[in-house]
Write a protein that binds this ligand. Structure first.
Ligand code: FES
Length: 164
């Protein structure tokens, strides 16, 4: 404690503008005092880390946006406030199939594996194809940069069909 008090006095006396908190927060000084290592993790990916996504909307309009690796395509639609009618009604809880998207063959092969739960929900989607996936279950990665995701002509909300 005496050492800490001495350092505190020293920081006030000789550093003036340089606050004790700032000093303690710096990796080298803070680590020396606390015996811990510290590091900074950026929460925002660099612009170059963004993944370009092209949505083809029901009316044929192409919407090009950028998302971050790890985000789902539903996240991208929400974050970019895209106007895709009825998309993502269950907010990614695998209960609606309104986030149904159709991919090109080469992109479809790069997507992660389909879980049984997603497959069950896909079976209820309108206009199912061999390259269909649910947007809430597809996460972006750099290898998917430039992907094209086609929104089907119509949407089926599985919750309504289950309700009758
Ligand atoms: S948002 Fe409902 S299943 Fe994807």
């Amino acid at each position: 404690m005496a050492l800490v008090a001495a350092l505190r006095r020293l920081s006030h006396a000789s550093l003036g503008f340089y606050s004790w908190r700032a000093a303690a927060a710096t990796p080298t000084f803070g680590a020396w005092i606390t015996g811990q290592r510290s590091f900074t993790v950026g929460s925002q990916p660099l612009r170059s880390d963004k993944v370009t996504v092209h949505f083809i909307n029901r009316d044929g309009d192409k919407i090009t946006v950028k998302g971050s690796p790890g985000e789902s395509l539903l996240d991208v639609v929400i974050n970019e406030d895209l106007d895709i009618d009825g998309f993502g009604a269950c907010e990614g809880t695998l209960a609606c199939s309104t986030c149904h998207l159709i991919f090109e063959d080469d992109v479809f092969k790069k997507l992660g594996r389909i879980t049984d739960e997603e497959m069950d929900m896909l079976d209820l989607a309108y206009g199912l194809t061999d390259t269909s996936r649910l947007g809430c279950q597809v996460c972006l990665s750099k290898s998917l940069d430039g992907l094209v995701a086609k929104v089907p002509e119509s949407v089926a909300d599985a919750r309504q069909s289950q309700d009758g």
